[in-house]
Design a protein around this ligand. Sequence first.
Ligand SMILES: Cc1cc2nc3c(=O)[nH]c(=O)nc-3n(C[C@H](O)[C@H](O)[C@H](O)COP(=O)(O)OP(=O)(O)OC[C@H]3O[C@@H](n4cnc5c(N)ncnc54)[C@H](O)[C@@H]3O)c2cc1C
Length: 475
Amino acid sequence: MPMHDVYLIDSRVHRSRIRIPIIHPISEKGTCVLYGMQSALRFDDNPAYFRAREWARARNLPLVVAAFGDTGWKHATEREWGFIIQSWKDLYERAAHEEISFFAYAGLTKDLWVHAIRKFSPAVIIADEGYASWSRNWREYAAQISHIHFEIIDCNLVVPVLHASPKREWAAYTFRPKVSAQINDFMKEEYTTHSVIFPKVKNILYDPLAVDLTLPLHSIIAQIKPSSRARLVDEIKGGETSAKAQLQKFLQHGKGYALQRNQPGIEALSGMSPYLHHGCISPRTVLKEAKKSLPTEDFNALQEEMVVRRELAHNFVHYETHFRSLKGCDMWARETLAKHKKDKRPYLYTLEQLENALTHDASWNAAQNQMRITGKMHGYMRMYWAKKILEWTPYPEIALSYTIQLNDIYELDGGDPNGWVGALWAIGGLHDRAWPERPIFGKIRYMNEAGLIRKIKTLPIYIHQYTVQSIDKLK
Ligand SMILES: Cc1cc2nc3c(=O)[nH]c(=O)nc-3n(C[C@H](O)[C@H](O)[C@H](O)COP(=O)(O)OP(=O)(O)OC[C@H]3O[C@@H](n4cnc5c(N)ncnc54)[C@H](O)[C@@H]3O)c2cc1C
């Protein structure tokens, strides 16, 4: 039996969630089990945390959780850092109750891994999985340099990405049957932790390089000095506790989700995306709770978005190298966009005009304001918003770059496979089919304001909300 299989024999973590990128032995001199936390900022229903606890119990070692925030991510602003720090503070309080050592670090991920491995000299290392190539590379780099048994655990998908499909899927219709056949199996997993007293960490109760989470949020942000292009938002707070509160809020108004989720003037959406993006809650927890509370048609609609669409986006980012470029789109889409590249645009806006919601279109401006001010644009408006950027900028490549940039900077769920795939769907026809040909868009699906007004009865409410309110707030 290969050495890593021996290690996995007694684990209750589903085998297909665990990836061991390189075979290294357990360090017999190691003084703790280290969980390097980055993509799953939670303790509950977290298979990586659960696995780290299994190891700590098995070896009778202290458990250290080191959370890493990457200062190298160019789109991270005060807004995103605020959310991350709030999430860390939440974990820090909980860790104190559970007598687990919790440290949080802001820096370049690679450097943070090196520091944590040196500082804590672990016997075993656990990391939560990343889906973009750079996040996978950091983890694999850490595994390589550690020379210690290193496991990477897929925590944030219902069906682990490698298990759902061995290849890039064409569209929801090819992915849906594969993933649907496996959902029930993966919903049965149980990662509830029970209180266990782990041995205490000796001599490392303080690390001057760690973020002091007892300081107020603003002081920590001032130390990290992120860009202030997107300001902190009051409406959405980071953390596992806030994620659970948002879920409860959704369950109270979620009846009607199937029918009303395309109406931006009504509070019908779950609001879970910032929490899913930062791993403050597991999609399995959301689904389990939703199943108990929501009518079947609403639950099914939620499962379609949260498992089929969300995990299809992760499938694309995992298997496609060009996951933020039109090169990742199908040939028909690239050809049609190339054919219409020189078509005359009815309006041309600069990035600055778009960013400041200075277009002629009140619906578009409202959507941009909603994102800029609250950190979350309504899902239906995101489609319209991105398609208009294609129509109002000189080339599809520029449109994609502006869309991803604005999305990643201002959305609290930005910098996520869903966002990159959403932008490629809107501009590059990804996971979609060809539509009747027309100027600028070619065969890419088109949306216009008249259609929006016809379909969305609540549009005037929405426009009012994010015009008047935004002007007041921006003063
Ligand atoms: C141009 C564009 C940009 C987008 N940017 C992002 C982004 O940065 N981050 C992000 O998480 N989603 C993004 N989406 C997808 C979707 O709009 C959001 O997930 C959704 O609006 C989030 O709000 P919610 O959690 O209240 O949604 P709900 O409708 O309540 O959905 C529940 C969950 O299902 C998933 N989901 C819903 N719709 C989609 C979808 N179309 N594709 C994939 N997963 C989905 C999300 O995880 C969401 O949290 C984008 C879509 C487009 C067209």
